[in-house]
Design a protein around this ligand. Structure first.
Ligand code: AMP
Ligand code: ZN
Length: 459
């Protein structure tokens, strides 16, 4: 079996071969820390965590996921809330790690922060100026897109068409509309660092190029992120790094996850249709959210709804139900083989729907099996697969203590609360009250407060 990955640059699935045999370097663009992450932001963290787990089975992996802690959105959040920038970034770095941890995402080997790599960014910008790929203008440093022939290759854009179609107003200091900022001046009220071009702060793209170079080298094996990062972020990262490194490719494989949407609209902070992981994990087990995120293939769009969560909860019920009552030691669990078919599905560009189908096949076989020794072997295999996928971390009894059979699950309750909220927003109070009654009939009492609606089983 060889690992096959879909590379955005080649536009197809290709066999994966690392630059150095037996070793892999991987970089994932991490969060900009000015707010809690929504379920869409969690999708790359979770799907690429699965890739990390898979890679670690075969290779010595060095995995970096950065933190963008200098950004205009962070400055704006500081002005809006009146809180110091450091306080905002510290708070949301902690929240991000807690929230992703709740979804079973393992911490990266390296978590570089942009503000701790300003020296490396300045050094890289100096190289780009020296080699003729960047220019200074009015205290800015800009990347000269026309100096790099391959610009547009990753995102499959033709620069000439882009120029013809551009309607953006060009900043006076730019030679061309698509030249992008490597460094910009920073007024006293915003974070800034001394540089050869005056007090300023870096552009977003140079952060990742400089941090990847420092921690993983000039050419990395895998660069991953959400689909919206292909252009301009990854196109620009690639241009900067290739030019600074005399044409050496920046990443050998570019991986991008599809969007998560709600009602067919991309979930995004700017659209305001977000579901925060921080809130969701208070009532829905992290494993349910994780499995819901893995239930679709990572490159496909995933439309999120209460039904997505409910179906993931049912899947876990089936798996926990199968292993319930079978005694499996942690040693047997760690030593159990992952069935070839499940591994082959995951190694086929992370085909999680197929891998999950294989896992349910095992659960079905276990349910039918009567021989105790075989039951134990099957249960150990199910647990081992769960460990690889990042689920089945609970004891089955603990899992079922969360909700008895036939009892309304947290996901169902959350869905009804969301329905009630929708009805109230639409001022349909009759419908909202009907939902409250439905919950009360199921023994769930709810309480509205400023931060949202909480619920408990009245017993
Ligand atoms: P941001 O903090 O906005 O830079 O996003 C962090 C990561 O989440 C990036 O890899 C984005 O591409 C990804 N992302 C943002 N919104 C979505 C979405 N609705 N679905 C999937 N991925 C997303
Ligand atoms: Zn990046």
């Amino acid at each position: 079996m060889t690992l096959q990955l879909h590379d955005t640059l080649q536009g197809k699935k290709v066999p994966f071969e690392p630059l150095v045999e037996g070793q892999v370097t991987m970089y994932l663009c991490g969060p900009t820390v000015y707010n809690y992450s929504h379920v869409g932001n969690a999708r790359p963290a979770v799907v690429f965590d699965l890739l990390v787990r898979l890679l670690r089975r075969r290779y010595k992996l060095t995995f970096a996921r950065n933190i963008t802690d200098v950004d205009d959105k962070i400055n704006a959040a500081s002005i809006e809330t009146g809180k110091p920038i450091d306080e905002i970034t510290a708070r949301f770095i902690t929240a991000y790690n807690e929230d992703m941890g709740a979804l079973g995402v393992m911490p990266p080997d390296i978590e570089p922060r942009a503000t701790q790599h300003i020296g490396e960014m300045i050094a890289m910008i100096e190289i780009l100026i020296e080699k003729g790929f960047a220019y200074t203008a009015e205290d800015h440093v800009l990347f000269d897109v026309s100096s790099y022939k391959q610009y547009g290759e990753l995102s499959k854009r033709d620069l000439r068409e882009m120029i013809a179609g551009a309607r953006v107003e060009v900043a006076p200091y730019k030679k061309a509309a698509h030249d992008f900022v490597l460094w910009k001046p920073s007024p006293a009220e915003f974070p800034g660092w001394d540089s050869p071009w005056g007090r300023g702060r870096p552009g977003w793209h140079i952060e990742c190029s400089a941090m990847a170079r420092k921690h993983l080298g000039e050419t990395i094996d895998i660069h991953a992120g959400g689909q919206d990062l292909v252009f301009p972020h990854h196109e620009n990262e690639s241009a900067q790094s290739c030019c600074a490194h005399d044409g050496a490719p920046f990443a050998r494989y570019w991986l991008h996850n599809g969007f998560l949407s709600i009602d067919q609209t991309k979930m995004s902070k700017s659209l305001g249709n977000v579901l925060l992981v921080h809130e969701l994990v208070k009532t829905v087990p992290g494993e349910v959210i994780r499995l819901a995120l893995l239930s679709a293939h990572y490159r496909q769009p995933l439309d999120w709804s209460a039904a997505t969560l409910e179906s993931a909860r049912r899947m876990l019920d089936r798996l926990y139900g199968a292993v319930r009552g079978v005694v499996v030691s942690s040693k047997a669990r760690a030593a159990a083989d992952i069935p070839d078919a499940l591994l082959a599905a995951l190694e086929d560009d992370l085909n999680t729907p197929k891998a999950l189908a294989e896992l349910f096949g095992l659960a079905k076989a276990l349910n039918k099996e009567t021989d105790e020794a075989t039951r134990q072997t099957l249960a150990a295999q199910i647990y081992a697969c769960g460990d690889l996928i990042g689920v089945l971390g609970d004891d089955p009894e603990t899992w079922f203590a969360g909700h008895a059979e036939g009892e309304m699950s947290a996901a169902e309750i959350e869905a009804l609360i969301a329905k009630r909220k929708g009805a109230r927003t639409a001022r349909d109070f009759e419908a909202a009250d009907a939902v409250r009654d439905q919950l009360a009939a199921a023994g769930i009492s709810i309480e509205d407060a400023d931060g949202g609606t909480s619920w408990r089983r009245s017993g």
